[in-house]
Design a protein around this ligand. Structure first.
Ligand code: N01
Length: 534
């Protein structure tokens, strides 16, 4: 008796850049592809993280799809677009590519198992629906699982508390409120700048100072964009061949091979250019040599100190000695972050000297004081990379789920595929360029590769693939070895997994998109080396 055809050839989970691009490419290639997402609207991270001030840190046109049919007719209002505009962009993309018919928004995955008899994934939803698919393509993004620290007394707090990744979709006014923000990463900085405008009192609880860079935001006129579009094709081509998926790479020269005058002039130029340039376009050895890195840190520190009116805050916000090498934690962008501390309604609690003891009904108690508040904002980040995938409770051939498979650390061939979990490729996942890459660049690269791979399987009549344990092991070790050649292990960060208590310390991103693209192309050219097809 022949087995029934699965509901679809490919089930994509997640309507961010990766999922949307994959749906488009797979449909173009004639696959019966479906996309589901728990959110009510597409946008991935831009849907959930709708806190005030949410804004991308990559300038136009880096953070959009390179498909001409999309960019030719789309315009942005600012050089670094805000979250609302990005959500409108996603709706525009789904309209323009006519994707809606194959998208089921508001559909969450509650579990899935691989049916090895039929080479099919069976995916469950909380409503009791089951969707079968030959291939499972989770596109959960790197930040699908938020992290809230377990602080004593949290449940007793009488006010509102929200994690930046679960912000009320209807918005939340800070006007006249006493607001506490725990965490000063990119999310904390962005909320703080907004809250400082109209909160009666804003208190930032900082464990480690963020080494934030000036955004240099600018409005974008239609005429300006029309002119700039002439260069878009070249910019998108460069994106594919750069390390970070941006429009440029780090320079070829070492910070140690130039004199102080030239070094400072270079830093000045990158600073003025704004955005993340000071990070991804800096000297070649910024992230591999501590002496080179220290030059950049000192420049950053002096520039930032000059903007902090109260000298008593210098050491907390921009310490004399670097808290970690510059750029080994993602340097967020800021617009007026260092100026808000001059306002009467803004204060900083340096948790290194005054740790949180507990939360009480009326606020947050530190070792030295009770800070009363109406709203607590948790800007405390994510169980990045693996967290969102583990939460899907995906069960493979050995009868256990991904959480069990990764209990001693993440392993994945090409940061894509795990032994014991056939017919599954996750995108923008751990051990792929992911958080080290501009999102759309990685989404297109992996989306194209996956489409070619599935076409190959279809053309050859294969219904199953699985990575070889040796290939998976080799890849996992290689990412670790590459990481050890950089300064990243010198910081405690989500890049290293050690922002989550109990999580194994390992570099979770592959450090170069262009190298990754070459390796993936080589895997293809060698008959999908490292995979067993059947
Ligand atoms: O999270 P984070 P995020 N007690 O992990 C602190 C992207 N992103 O949501 O540094 C007190 O960076 C923690 O302190 P420490 C971007 O890639 C992009 O801000 O660990 N504090 C840190 O200050 C970014 O890197 C954009 O010592 C605690 C903060 O919480 C990534 O998302 C905007 C604590 C967490 O910072 C994550 O950013 C937003 C505790 N127990 C995000 N636990 C843009 O595009 C943690 N912290 C601009």
């Amino acid at each position: 008796m022949s087995t029934p055809e699965p509901d679809c050839d490919a089930l994509i989970i997640g309507a961010g850049f990766s999922g949307i691009y994959l749906l488009h490419r797979l449909r173009e290639a004639g696959f019966r592809a479906k996309l589901i997402d728990a959110a009510a609207e597409p946008g991935g991270i831009w849907y959930w993280n709708c806190y005030p001030g949410a804004r991308v840190d990559s300038h136009v046109p880096i953070y959009e799809f390179s498909l001409p049919e999309l960019w030719q007719d789309w315009t942005w209002s600012e050089r670094f677009p805000g979250g609302g505009e990005l959500r409108r962009y996603f709706r525009y993309v789904c309209d323009k590519l006519e994707l809606w018919a194959d998208m089921a928004m508001g559909t969450r995955v509650s579990g899935a198992r691989f049916d090895g008899d039929n080479n099919v994934w069976r995916v469950d939803t909380p409503q009791g629906e089951q969707i079968s698919a030959r291939f499972l393509l989770p596109c959960a993004g790197f930040a699908a699982k938020s992290y809230t620290p377990d602080i004593v007394g949290l449940e007793s707090f009488a006010g509102e508390r929200h994690h930046t990744a679960h912000w009320p979709q209807g918005g939340l006014s800070f006007a006249g409120k006493r607001v506490a923000i725990i965490g000063t990463g990119a999310s904390g900085v962005q909320v703080a700048q907004e809250a400082a405008r109209d909160a009666a009192q804003l208190t930032l609880f900082q464990r480690t100072p963020i080494l934030a860079l000036p955004m240099q935001q600018q409005p974008l006129s239609l005429e300006q964009q029309a002119q700039e579009k002439a260069a878009y094709r070249a910019i998108f081509a460069k994106r594919q061949t750069s390390n970070g998926g941006f429009d440029a790479d780090r320079m070829e020269i070492s910070a140690l091979d130039v004199d102080a005058v030239e070094r400072t002039a270079t830093f000045e130029r990158l600073w003025r250019a704004g955005g993340l340039r000071f990070w991804y376009n800096n000297f070649s050895d910024l992230l591999t040599d501590e002496r080179a890195n220290r030059f950049a840190y000192d420049f950053w520190r002096d520039r930032v100190r000059a903007r902090i009116a109260d000298p008593s805050l210098h050491e907390a916000l921009a310490p004399m000695e670097p808290p970690h090498p510059f750029g080994t934690k993602r340097p967020s962008l800021e617009q007026n972050y260092y100026e808000i501390f001059a306002q009467g309604n803004v204060s900083l609690v340096d948790l290194k000297h005054d740790p949180i003891v507990r939360v009480v009904t009326s606020g947050i108690e530190t070792a030295s004081a009770l800070i009363e508040c109406d709203i607590i904002v948790f800007a405390t980040g994510f169980d990045a990379g693996s967290g969102g995938l583990i939460d899907m409770k995906l069960r493979g051939t050995e009868g256990f789920d991904l959480g069990e498979a990764w209990k001693d650390g993440v392993r994945a061939y090409l940061g894509y595929s795990v032994t014991g979990f056939p017919n599954m490729l996750f995108h923008y996942g751990p051990l792929s360029p992911s958080g080290f890459s501009n999102g759309p660049t990685a989404a297109e690269l992996q989306g194209d590769w996956t489409t070619d791979f599935l076409l190959h399987l279809r053309n050859e009549g294969f219904t199953r693939f699985e990575p070889d344990p040796a290939a998976e092991c080799e890849w996992t070790e290689m990412v670790e070895q590459i990481g050890a050649m950089t300064l990243f292990p010198k910081a405690r960060s989500w890049y290293m997994g050690d922002n989550i208590p109990g999580k194994k310390r390992q570099l979770i991103n592959f450090p170069s998109v262009s190298t990754y693209a070459q390796i993936c192309a080589d895997v293809t050219a060698n008959g999908y080396r490292g995979f067993t097809l059947g």
